[in-house]
Design a protein around this ligand. Sequence first.
Ligand code: SAH
Length: 261
Amino acid sequence: MMLSDSHSTTPSAAGMVYIVGAGPGAVDLLTLRAYDRIQRAEVVVHDRLIAPEVLALIPRAAVRVYVGKASGDHAVPQEGIHDLLVEHARAGRRVVRLKGGDPYVFGRGGEEVQALQAAGIAFEVVPGVTAAGGCAAAAGIPLTHRDLANSCVFLPGHMAEGNSPLDWAALARPGQTRVFYMGVQRLAQIAHQLIAHGLPPDTPAAIVRDGTRASQTVFATGLSALVAQAPAYGPQPGLLIIGETVRLCPEFRPVAASSPE
Ligand code: SAH
C-alpha cells in the first residue's frame, strides 16, 4: 500500500487510529467526539457511505484515502485497509478511519480493531448513530414500541440467499422488529423466507432510502405488497424494516382488504 508521503503531515510521537462512526448521513448526527477526532485528523481513511457534508469537515491539510465499498466494488480489500491504518499509525500519524453509521454494526470495525491489536497500535472506537436508529427516527418507526415489539433484531440482508444461516423460524415469530442492513436488493428472498415460516404476508414493512438525508424516501406497506410495488433497487443505501411497529410510520399504506396477496 502506498502512503502519500509527498503530503506534509506533522507526525506526532506515537500514531493512533480512531475508528469513528460517521452516522447515517445528516452531518448533525455526528457525535461531538466524532467531530473532535475528525477535526484533529492527519489522515482520514473513509468508505463510500460517508456524506459529502461529513467529508467537508476533514481538515484541508489531512491526507484523505478513499477505500471504496459499494457492494462488489471494494476499491481496497479489507486486508489492504488494515495495512494502510497500521502503516500510517506507525509513521506517527493521527489516523481517523471514518465509517458509515456505527463501526461495530455491520461495519467490520471489529476486524480493524483486531488488526490494530495484532500490530500493537493504539486505537479508540467512537460510536456512531447506526442506520437503524437514524432511519427509525427519521421515518417515524419506534423500533421497540410497547405492545408491538419487545425486541428488535439487526440482520445482514446479504445472508438471505441460498442456504441462509439466518434462523427464519425465529425471525417469523411475532413481537419483534426486524431490521435488514444490505437487504433491500434481497427483499423478495427475505419476504419469501419469512412468509414461508409463518409471518403474515400483510405484516407492515418499510424501505427507508437515504435515511436522515435531504433525499430520504420512505415506502411502507404490507410485506407482500412491498415486494410487488417497491421502487427498483438503486445506488442509495436502503434499510428494510419489517414488523408491526412500521404501522406507526406516517408513510404506511395498509393493503386494501380486497387486494390479492
Ligand atoms: N455501519 C453501518 C452499516 C454498514 S452496512 C451502520 O451502522 O449504519 C451498509 C448498509 O447500511 C446499507 O446497505 C444500508 O442497508 C444501511 N445504511 C447505511 N446508511 C443508510 C442510510 N442513510 N439510509 C438507509 N440505510 C442505510
